[in-house]
Design a protein around this ligand. Structure first.
Ligand code: ATP
Ligand code: MG
Length: 363
C-alpha cells in the first residue's frame, strides 16, 4: 500500500467520535416554559383588519435552568413571542404556560423578571428612586430594599453616586440598559426574559451584560432572551431557536446545530501536488502556500506531509459559526418559501384547476 495516499485507514470523522457522541444534557430537566401551537395575528386600523400572522403555530419547550436564545431577522416575531409568554398580549390561538400555569397568571408574574426591548424610564427620577419604586411593586421594603438595590447596582456595575444623584434623563444608553437590567432582577426572579439586552451597548457594556447573564445562569436561573448579537449568543446559550416570518425554522443545542466537524482546513507549502491532490479537496494556491479541505484523519495526513517534506502552516476544524449557520438557515427557508409560492401559482394556473373552479378554458 502507498503510505502517501489516503487508503484503508480510519476516516477523519472517526477522529472526532468524542464530539459526535455529544449527548443532550438538558432533556432530563423539568419544563418551565411551554407553548403549544401559539399564534398571533394583530388587528390594526379603524376596521381592525387582520395583518399577516406575526407568529404561526409556535410550539416550544424550555427547560428549567437553561439559557435559551431566540434569534431572527427584524420583524420575525421575537418580541411578539416574548410578550405572549409574559401575558402582555393575548394569543389568537394556542397556549403558553409558565411553570405549569397559563401565561399572565398573577402569582407567576411575581416570579419572573423582564427587560423590555425599548424600556421607558421616568426621566426625572434617579436610578435609585426608580429601582426603589420597582422594589415597592414587589413588596420589598426597608433594609431588604436598600440591600437588594445596592447588590444589583454592584452586579450591573452602575456606580452608587450616579444612581443616587443623577436623574435618568442624564444617563447614557449603557447606563439606562444597566438600570433596566437591575429592575428586571429586583424580585430575584426564577425566569428572566430579556429582549435585546446587548442593544446599544459598547463592547465593554456587552461584555458586562454577558457576565451578568453567565452569573445568573450559574445561580440556576432560567434565561430566555432575544438577540441579534450572534457571537454573544454562541458564547452563552445552551439552546437556540431561529424564528423567521413568525415560524420556528430550527431549534436545538448550539453544538448539535453547528454539527460535529468532520473536515479540516489545511494550509501549507512544499510537498508533492500529486499526493496533495489525493488527500485534499478544493485546493487553491496563494503567496506560495496551498490550501485545501481535508476529510481524512488529520494525524495520518500530517505523517504523510512529513514524508513528502511539506510544511503545515495551519490545520483547523472547518466548523461554521452561529452567524454562518443563521444566514444559511434563513436563506434556505426563503428559497423554499419562494419555490412553494411559485408552485402554488403554477397549480392555480393549471387547466385542471381552472376547470375545477368552473372557468371554461379559452381555446
Ligand atoms: N402592536 C402591534 N400591532 C400590529 N403589528 C405589530 C405589533 N407589534 C408587532 N407587530 C408586527 O408583528 C411582526 C413581528 O414583530 P416583532 O416586534 O415581534 O418582531 P421582532 O422579531 O421582535 O423584530 P425586531 O428584531 O426588529 O425587534 C412585525 O411585522 C410587526 O410589524
Ligand atoms: Mg423585537
Amino acid at each position: 500500500m502507498n503510505v502517501l495516499s489516503p487508503g484503508s485507514r480510519s476516516t477523519g470523522s472517526d477522529a472526532n467520535n468524542g464530539t459526535a457522541a455529544h449527548a443532550s444534557s438538558l432533556a432530563h430537566r423539568p419544563t418551565i416554559i411551554e407553548t403549544m401551537d401559539l399564534r398571533k395575528v394583530y388587528r390594526t386600523g379603524f376596521w381592525l383588519k387582520a395583518a399577516p400572522p406575526s407568529l404561526k403555530q409556535c410550539s416550544l419547550e424550555i427547560y428549567k435552568g437553561e439559557t435559551f436564545g431566540l434569534l431572527g431577522p427584524n420583524g420575525a416575531g421575537k418580541t411578539t413571542l416574548l410578550k405572549l409568554l409574559l401575558g402582555i398580549i393575548r394569543p389568537t390561538a394556542g397556549v403558553a404556560k409558565l411553570m405549569g400555569e397559563p401565561a399572565g397568571n398573577h402569582d407567576i408574574k411575581s416570579r419572573i423578571g423582564y427587560l423590555p426591548e425599548n424600556p421607558y424610564f421616568y426621566d426625572y427620577l434617579t436610578g435609585w428612586e426608580f429601582l426603589s419604586y420597582t422594589a415597592g411593586l414587589f413588596g420589598i421594603q426597608g433594609h431588604a430594599k436598600k440591600r437588594r438595590i445596592t447588590e444589583l447596582l454592584d452586579l450591573v456595575q452602575l456606580d452608587q453616586r450616579s444612581a443616587t444623584k443623577k436623574q435618568m434623563r442624564r444617563y447614557s444608553k449603557g447606563m439606562l440598559q444597566r438600570v433596566g437590567m437591575a429592575q428586571a432582577l429586583i424580585n430575584d426572579p426564577e425566569i428572566v426574559f430579556l429582549d435585546e439586552p446587548m442593544s446599544g451597548l459598547d463592547p465593554t457594556g456587552r461584555y458586562q451584560v454577558r457576565e451578568i447573564i453567565l452569573s445568573l445562569k450559574a445561580q440556576g436561573k432560567t434565561l430566555f432572551f432575544n438577540s441579534h448579537v450572534l457571537s454573544d449568543v454562541e458564547k452563552i446559550c445552551d439552546r437556540i431557536a431561529i424564528l423567521d416570518q413568525g415560524e420556528i425554522v430550527c431549534i436545538g443545542e448550539i453544538k448539535s446545530l453547528l454539527g460535529n466537524p468532520n473536515h479540516y482546513t489545511v494550509k501549507g507549502h512544499g510537498g508533492s501536488l500529486d499526493i496533495l491532490d489525493q488527500w485534499l479537496r478544493d485546493i487553491t494556491f496563494k503567496d506560495g502556500y496551498w490550501q485545501g479541505i481535508l476529510y481524512e484523519n488529520p494525524f495520518e495526513f500530517m505523517a504523510t506531509a512529513r514524508l513528502m517534506n511539506a510544511h503545515i502552516a495551519k490545520l483547523e476544524v472547518a466548523k461554521p459559526t452561529l452567524e454562518e449557520f443563521f444566514m444559511v438557515c434563513i436563506q434556505q427557508r426563503r428559497q423554499e418559501a419562494e419555490r412553494a409560492a411559485s408552485e402554488r401559482i403554477k397549480k392555480a394556473r393549471s387547466p385542471k384547476k381552472r376547470r375545477l373552479l368552473g372557468k371554461p378554458l379559452a381555446h
